[in-house]
Design a binder for this molecule. Sequence first.
Ligand code: NDP
Length: 288
Amino acid sequence: ATVGQIIDGKAISEQVKSKVKEGVSQMIEKGYRAPMLVVVLVGSRKDSMTYVRSKKKVAADLGIVAIDKTYPETVTQDELLQEVRSLNKDDSIDGILVQLPLPSHINEEAILTEIDISKDVDGFHPINIGKLAMKGREPEFEPCTPRGCIELLDRTGIQIEGKNAVILGRSNIVGLPVSMMLLKRNATVTICHSKTPNLPEKCREADILIVAIGQAKLVKKDWVKPGAAVIDVGMNTLDNGKLCGDVDFEDVKPVASHITPVPGGVGPMTIAMLLNNTLKSAQKKLIK
Ligand code: NDP
């Protein structure tokens, strides 16, 4: 049996990105404009600024136009809603992404709900999430990090249908949507969270274990069924400045069939899926 195979998220994200780049070139060759993404950033959180910068850089590498609209921390909810409405109306824009978190005086739900679902490349609009949850419905776009997890499984040849999938974490941006995607793909899904008793026991039932809780190295080898595939979404900064996942990688690797490292696992997939969604949006809109 396979043991300790590392899922190389960096390499797989390069495959996805080169497909996107190819799709963009084909559009341009046929005389269409380049896909365009607008990133709305509020305030000057260091982490948010870093994410926005790397989204813009990777977009540019793939031929996608990405611009940011940056607002001071003091922007009002109404001003932000106006911005989103004007981006909705602008036909030259294919994707609108509001960088989260927003300052506490702004209602995140109000802003995300205002985004036109046909431009919701982050996939966080309640209608898109709702369609994701419903049998027989398809969202316009799927959220990027969860989609990245599925892509890692698929491109590694890990079967989903009929498997027991256990998800640690139920956030709107990772745990919940990835659970719904696995359910749609005919896995049997168990969702765990901070109030779940006997976590190690629950996790040991998993053929596919997805961890998105934000607790450094919480998952140990005795939480993992031998031969399970382990996807670690966590990104935690240790005291020494190093990044680590929610899974104790060295401990779990000898037990798992496949495991994602942190960094270099799920992380690189997120931006790749975002730009894939942006391309898809432009294709849907422009190519009749
Ligand atoms: P949230 O803080 O929004 O949600 C965490 C979830 O984990 C909650 O459902 C919470 O339960 C649950 N949880 C927390 N602690 C425990 C515990 N000890 N045992 C069981 N469940 C627990 O986090 P996110 O979903 O936004 O992010 C999760 C991790 O993924 C973070 O490390 C984040 O940095 C990373 N991340 C990585 C991305 C990437 O691109 N690679 C993108 C997004 C996030 P409850 O609901 O009961 O509170």
